[in-house]
Design a protein around this ligand. Structure first.
Ligand code: X5A
Ligand code: ZN
Length: 629
């Protein structure tokens, strides 16, 4: 890996200045460069850097971003008198021209490209270019905000061309929005532009709507423009760090840049008359340090603004010192971002949620979703359970019309279906792990739910029906395994591999369901390996609340715990205990094992014998063992 830090500076870029009275422009003075360089010398930082000479940017390079017409206008200013210079300057917002402006602007572009070449060739690891005029406000056809040519934007285009780079990160920590950079790369996903800026709800220069957090990029470039607008002055170290931690850095690490260009303006530092912010010079050491962890350390810092000479030069020194890998200075101040900063951060994160994984999964997925008939009962469920509203009517209609309309003619059936599908959808989309739905017509809902599961691409659904229920289902292909735990002997259907009727009679007040769950249901379920389980509690159930919770708890070992429990009767006690079992808020007390009745024991034995060839986890005896089968 390359080592060393380049420093690019030339006295000649101090050779232009404002020639007339203009209170807006009089802060952009040659002393900005002189005092920065003096301070670097003072801390013996200049001698520790690798000196790289400046050059002029060529016309071809300037035209990577600007039009030839605009280039001609700027060129023409070198021979103008003061009167003419004033007139050209007035065509632009916050700009002054001097006969040497053109020469310096070309040097600023060339200095930036020299820096990019030094870093990309491996001559140095990183570096800084001290340039005037700055660049980030200038646009294809316009000078703007003291900027003539867009040094950093040209550098990004140049790096893409010359080195075939596919991902460049531009970090603009200047206190003004670099709208010029935003415009150039708005539709370009290969350049990620990040800028924070004094905004004050559009009351601060350059007063643009498109500086707000919702300007996320356009077309293919959506998600690659990050604006953090500051709506109050006085932002300090903790606000800047919070924006790095919660916005820039997660996105940058996901973006994986190959090169970082920093629009390194220091008017965001303490004391600056433009920014009115509070970040101390040490803050810039920390910002630099974080960015050095990306792009293999390939970082080019290019000076933009900064108008408080002392604050500017100290901050430049902090940046260069950090690039040279000196230990980081301690950062001052209470480490707590202000409310307004947090608001801005939240807004950008929200706007970018669709584009970045690191922002998408910020809320932990819900464990248990519930759709219940009486919303008033919601408070009776564990607090971690998220109560769902029904699937909206439109969503439902498109789904239902594609299937059998006859089945959901009744209002009641429709509502039932809405509950079940709302929760099922959450589970399938992994927005919830498991769920409960109350449904007055469970059999109809289940038919739709299963259809929905298969459309979604599930391979094996285990459906356990407790109680009497007639389901018209096609069971041949093994895509679902239906177990019916019922009171009456099912005479019309015979057991097969995928249809199992378990005839169960519960003894009142006895915990005897263990032998059915452990001795039969779990072994079959584990042999089947479902990717979703549906438990349906219908009418005439032969299982008590205790048995149902036991079943629900133990089955969570399968299908990544994806269980949907559909309950037909609206008995809040049952809903509550199932919700408890699913959400895992507490372990239900199942009581001690009690032997089952003779009748039940014989039924389990009968089923085991009948099905252990098909579902091999049922085996616990070597009797009748046939090897290889
Ligand atoms: C590069 C820079 C600021 C222009 C302010 C005009 N420009 N009011 O900081
Ligand atoms: Zn600025």
């Amino acid at each position: 890996m390359a080592s060393g830090t380049a420093l690019i500076y030339d006295d000649e870029m101090t050779s232009y200045k404002l020639l007339w009275d203009d209170p807006e422009c009089d802060i952009e003075v040659p002393e900005r460069l002189l005092s920065s360089y003096e301070q670097l010398k003072h801390y013996h930082l200049v001698e520790r850097c690798i000196h790289v000479p400046v050059r002029e940017g060529t016309e071809e390079e300037i035209m990577l971003v600007h039009s030839s017409e605009y280039l001609e206008v700027v060129k023409s200013t070198q021979t103008m008198n003061e009167e003419e210079l004033r007139r050209v300057s007035e065509n632009y917002d916050a700009v002054y021209f001097h006969p040497n402006t053109y020469r310096c602007a070309k040097l600023a572009v060339g200095a930036t490209l020299q820096l990019v070449d030094s870093v990309m060739s491996g001559k140095v690891r990183n570096g800084m270019a001290l340039v005037r005029p700055p660049g980030h406000h200038s646009q294809r056809n316009a000078a703007n905000g003291f900027c003539v040519f867009n040094n950093v934007a040209i550098a990004a285009q140049y790096a893409k061309r010359r080195y075939g780079l596919q991902r460049i990160l531009i970090v603009d920590w200047d206190v003004h929005h670099g709208q010029g950079v935003q415009y150039v790369f708005e539709e370009d996903p290969s350049v990620l532009y990040y800028s924070w800026h004094r905004y004050e709800h559009q009351q601060f220069w350059p007063l643009l709507r498109e500086s707000d957090y919702d300007a996320v990029g356009q077309g293919k470039g959506k998600g690659f423009n990050l604006n953090v607008p500051w709506n109050k002055v006085g932002m300090g170290n903790s606000d800047y760090l919070a924006a790095f931690f919660h916005v820039l850095l997660p996105v940058a690490f996901e973006f994986v840049p190959e090169l970082i260009l920093v629009s390194s303006g220091y008017d965001s530092g303490i004391g600056d008359p433009e920014g009115q912010m509070n970040a101390t010079p040490e803050c810039f050491a920390h910002l630099t340090h974080f960015l050095m962890q990306l792009a293999n350390g390939r970082l080019c810092a290019v000076l933009e603004g900064g108008y408080h000479l002392k604050s500017l030069s100290e901050s430049v020194c902090m940046t260069v010192k950090t690039l040279l890998r000196d230990p980081l200075p301690q950062i001052a101040g209470e480490m707590a971002p202000c409310l307004s900063a947090i608001e801005s951060i939240q807004n950008v994160r929200g706007a970018h949620k669709p584009y970045w994984k690191c922002l998408m999964y910020e809320v932990p997925p819900v464990k248990t979703a519930a759709a219940i008939v009486s919303k008033a009962d919601a408070h009776l469920l564990p607090v971690s359970v998220q109560v769902e509203m029904e699937m909206n009517a439109q969503e439902l209609k498109t789904f239902v019309s594609a299937f059998d309309v006859e089945l959901v003619k009744e209002e009641k059936a429709l509502l039932s279906l809405q509950n079940v599908l709302a929760v099922l959808d959450k589970i399938l989309k992994k927005k919830a792990c498991n769920g409960i739905a109350e449904s007055s017509v469970a059999s109809v809902s289940i038919t739709f739910a299963l259809k929905h599961c298969f459309d979604f691409g599930l391979q094996r659904v285990l459906c356990i029906v407790v109680g009497d229920m007639d389901l018209e289902l096609d069971l041949d292909d093994g895509k679902m395994l239906l177990m019916n735990i019922c009171q009456k002997q099912q005479t019309e259907k015979t057991n097969s591999k995928y249809y199992i009727s378990l005839n169960w009679k519960e003894d009142a007040e006895r915990n005897n369901f263990f032998c059915a769950v452990l001795g039969f249901i779990l072994p079959v379920a584990y042999s089947y390996q479902p990717d979703l389980m549906i438990i349906v509690i219908g009418p005439n159930r032969s299982l008590g609340v205790n048995g149902i919770s036991l079943l629900t708890c133990l089955l969570q070992g399968l299908a990544e715990s994806r269980i949907l429990v559909v309950i037909q009767d609206t008995e809040i006690k049952l809903v509550q205990s199932v919700a408890k079992a699913l959400s895992g808020v507490s372990t239900p007390d199942f009581g001690a094992y009690t032997p089952a009745s003779q009748e039940n024991v014989l039924e389990i034995k009968r089923l085991r014998d009948q099905l252990q060839q098909e579902w091999k986890m049922l085996r616990c005896s070597v009797r009748n063992w046939v090897s290889g089968s």
